[in-house]
Design a protein around this ligand. Structure first.
Ligand SMILES: [Zn+2]
Length: 383
């Protein structure tokens, strides 16, 4: 694909809003359907076999396949959805280009990787007879919330001997990142009229003790281990809900907790440790309920001498002149792929700090370099 055509493609995709609807109904400008159809029709125009796979009602992922010399596949994945464009410093879906920069929600996270993978796939599909391995490319739904798109593809049996997950890494190769376990904690009380609070039990007062205990737990250093690229595990209380009216003593208060996992740490075990800690730190009746995890995403840690890392490093060095291996804090699909037995790493265009910001932008020069790297990996079958 010509340079200008590739730049046009990513801008066009930024102009198709694909905001993750989270747990709500799919509203205007939300959901993956329109972008999935766009990706499918562009790939089909290039003669590529391409299907939609519904992760949930109205939430399709795209699965494209270019058969190679062996059934064994290499998998390239980028996600369709974005976070909300609300509160951005400019019109989020205008796809404005100025010089070598593209501005908009999804420009870096993750439409740049998606466009670069599409361009690479179209290039190798022109002469697939030389491909050593089948190339699978997926444009997945719901990465930003529950990863339903990827999980349902794994459940359907899609597999590969290696995977490259496209995310804005600034063309660095990410071989380690944290995972996450999210869960709710509630306190129960007894509701009475606020004119006689002494007859009730205030669930918010109870929760304030729990929150303080969790703050102390987080400050004291979470978990025992430290990872050379990622440091320690963390814990953060992100949401609190409690009470219905100011004149009623609340009978329930709930918080949402985000526990970042080091690679190899299990979500359930981490949650069990929090439960044990709270039970010993709070030696009084608080009507405490610690729920099971709502979401667990495993961390990622691939050895730097793993064949996939070696091969991606060589391809990146060939195109950009250097190959940097690093870790990052956010979670990606790579953790899920590794947990499913598929070696995976993360590599893509766009600066790491751009994702989810009010001024999200993409350096378009990185787009072309990433497409060249993906194409070279598809050609070699990641060997
Ligand atoms: Zn992303």
């Amino acid at each position: 694909m010509e340079r200008d055509e590739l730049r046009k493609l990513v801008a066009e995709m930024v102009r198709i809003p694909s905001v993750n609807p989270l747990d709500g109904p799919i509203g205007e400008g939300q959901g993956e359907r329109e972008l999935a159809s766009f990706v499918q029709s562009r790939l089909r125009e290039a003669g590529i076999d391409c299907e939609l796979h519904d992760a949930a009602e109205g939430r399709p992922s795209v699965v494209a396949r270019v058969p190679g010399g062996s059934e064994e596949a290499v998998w390239f994945d980028a996600h369709l959805d974005t976070v909300s464009g609300d509160g951005m410093a400019f019109e989020p879906f205008a796809g404005r280009v100025e010089g070598d920069a593209l501005y908009g929600r999804g420009a870096a996270d993750d439409k740049a990787s998606l466009a670069a993978m599409m361009a690479a796939l179209m290039a190798v599909a022109k002469d697939a007879s030389s491909l050593p391995a089948t190339v699978v490319m997926t444009a997945t739904a719901d990465e930003e919330h529950r990863m339903q798109g990827l999980l349902s593809l794994l459940k359907s049996g899609l597999t590969a001997r290696g995977a490259v997950v496209g995310e804005p890494t600034g063309l660095e190769i990410i071989i380690a990142h944290k995972g996450v376990a999210r869960f709710k904690v509630a306190t129960k009380g007894k509701a009475v009229h606020s004119s006689r609070p002494e007859d009730g039990v205030n669930a918010i007062y109870r929760m304030s003790k729990v929150v303080q205990a969790l703050e102390a737990y987080a400050k004291g250093g979470v978990g025992r281990d430290s990872h050379p690229m990622l440091g320690r595990a963390t814990l953060s209380v992100g949401v609190i809900r409690g009470g219905k009216h100011v004149n009623v003593v609340p009978d329930r208060c709930e918080i949402e907790v985000d526990r970042r996992l080091l690679p190899g740490e299990e979500g359930r075990k981490a949650l069990g440790d929090v439960r044990t800690y709270l039970n010993s730190a709070l030696q009084e009746e608080l009507g405490l309920e610690v729920g099971s995890p709502d979401l667990v995403v495993p961390g990622l840690s691939l050895a730097s001498d793993h064949p996939l890392v070696q091969c991606v490093s060589a391809a990146v060095k060939e195109v950009t002149g250097q190959a940097v291996l690093s870790g990052m804090h956010g979670t990606t699909h790579a953790g899920q792929l590794v947990a499913a037995g598929i070696p995976a790493l993360v590599f893509g265009p766009g600066a790491m700090g751009q994702a989810h910001t009010a001024t999200e932008e993409l350096d378009l020069n990185q787009l072309e370099q990433a497409a060249a790297v993906y194409e070279s990996l598809m050609q070699s079958g990641c060997r």
